[in-house]
Design a binder for this molecule. Structure first.
Ligand code: ZN
Length: 468
């Protein structure tokens, strides 16, 4: 049993502090779950002595970039086994959803188990140390899906803020989903309470949290939104939902509630620092200002928004107005990957087309990917390298062909250059979960083989796949 970890003499260590400090030849000492101390180049003799003592696992930082782990603020793990289905490749959100609901109605424990391992495995390998998941599909027999997710999260080792999603408004009540995937509001609220009591941990360096997350304005009733807000606030847990993802949703809210989505959500108690919305593409300037004033957060999902042709969220304006914006890969059926570093790169690129080349500098992308994400998911000791913070650190090896000639700015080299997004190391909560590019906490082959076996079972090949 070692006392901790020493990341010794790293080529560059990006603290992501208020001054955006990047240190050359520094070392980081981790003890237990925390960052204990950062040793500068001048203190090398001291760290060498400590490293030679044999009490610490020593990682050689030569040629490596060390930075805080990324935080993923929106996902749907279960979708991983229904990605890239030909029929759904070119559909927009509402058609895409209606087609997929039929397959998702078959969701079972085994599917949830392996899709969670696969999604979390890919996230860990591409730099994520903390994630959420928005699970909202509970067909009959699916009462324990979130418990299954927590078990898989514990195995992979990522910090996990699960959300108890819900759908209560099916087609017959004017909603989008079929009857087979919705639950009664009583069932939903009871399970929310059970999960909070069982899993929510508000302590420092917590690994497990629960938020309440009705799916969207077009799949739940206003009453459920209102009740959820009251209950979440009484229990001091956060709230999450999809909002302003498409113009179809704007039309739906105006027609159904006579209100724009943000006004509607405000009318049911859903603006505030304890709320974050996924997407928020169709928000105007006045609405962004209100989100900034109330501290309402956003999970920005650029790849999914491009993939479904939904639009580009006005993120530079949100940052200007003080809206906490995190980055998210979104569900795997609309990305179709959980490549966390890839998502940060996409966030940097897309706004350069939308609002000009200087509207999204790399420093803002790292701020969203780390500090903002940690704040949104309420993992407040994550997102920065400093003594006393959680030991959530990723390491990229820059000594490869993908980074040749790009080391003038080692931190942003991983956004501008490089083609392999695999980390060299992922340390979460003081534990090494990826070492030399290999996932240490689960067997990748087992996940691949079982994931593909289940995907074949659930997707009707005659109906959806045209390969003979
Ligand atoms: Zn989503």
């Amino acid at each position: 049993m070692t006392k901790g970890i020493i990341i010794k003499n790293a080529y560059a260590t990006a603290l992501l502090d208020a001054k955006n400090t990047v240190l050359k030849d520094a070392s980081v000492l981790i003890e237990g779950r925390e960052i204990k101390k950062i040793y500068t180049k001048e203190e090398t003799a001291e760290i060498e002595k400590l490293a030679a003592g044999g009490e610490y696992k020593v990682i050689d930082g030569a040629h490596n970039l060390v930075l805080p782990g990324f935080v993923n603020t929106h996902h749907h793990f279960y979708q991983i086994l229904t990605r890239n289905i030909p029929k759904m490749q070119d559909e927009k959100l509402f058609d895409w959803l209606v087609d997929l609901y039929d397959i998702w109605a078959l969701l079972d424990e085994e599917w949830v188990h392996y899709s969670t391992l696969a999604a979390m495995g890919e996230l860990a390998l591409t730099g994520c140390t903390a994630t959420t998941d928005h699970h909202y599909v509970f067909p009959k027999g699916g009462q324990h899906f979130i418990d299954t997710q927590f078990k898989a999260a514990e195995q992979i080792g990522l910090r996990f803020h699960a959300t108890r999603g819900s759908m209560s408004r099916s087609k017959k009540d004017g909603g989008l989903p079929p009857d087979s995937v919705v639950q009664t509001e009583e069932e939903i609220m009871q399970d929310c309470e059970r999960l909070i009591n069982k899993y929510h941990d508000a302590s420092k360096h917590s690994m497990r949290k629960i938020a309440l997350a009705p799916c969207s304005p077009f799949s739940v009733t206003p009453k459920l939104l209102e009740e959820t807000a009251k209950f979440a606030r009484a229990k001091k847990v956060k709230m999450h939902t999809h909002l302003c993802e498409t113009s179809d949703e704007d039309d739906y809210c105006l027609k159904t509630y006579k209100l724009r989505p943000i006004d509607f959500m405000e009318s049911v108690g859903w603006l505030g620092a304890d709320v974050w919305f996924a997407h928020s593409i169709y928000v105007n300037e006045k609405e962004i200002e209100r989100m900034g004033k109330t501290g309402t957060g956003v999970a920005h999902c650029p790849s999914s928004n491009l993939r479904l042709g939904s639009g580009i969220a006005p993120v530079p304006k949100m940052l200007e107005c003080g809206v906490p914006v995190g980055i998210a890969v979104d569900g795997s059926a609309s990305n179709d990957s959980s490549d966390m570093l890839g998502e940060l790169r996409m966030a940097m690129l897309v706004h350069r087309v939308g609002t000009g080349v200087s509207s999204m500098p790399a420093s803002n992308v790292f701020k969203m990917g780390c500090q903002h994400g940690a704040k949104i998911l309420d993992f407040n000791t994550s997102g920065e390298i400093a003594p006393g913070m959680a030991a959530d650190i990723i390491i990229y090896d820059l000594d490869s062909i993908g980074y040749v000639g790009a080391l003038h700015d080692p931190l942003s080299s991983i956004l501008f250059a490089g083609f392999n997004h695999r980390v060299n190391y992922n340390i979460t909560n003081g534990k090494i979960i990826v070492e030399k590019g290999v996932l240490k906490t689960a067997d990748e082959r087992t996940i691949v083989e079982n994931g593909n076996r289940i995907a074949e079972r659930i997707v009707d090949r005659k109906k959806y796949i045209d390969i003979r």
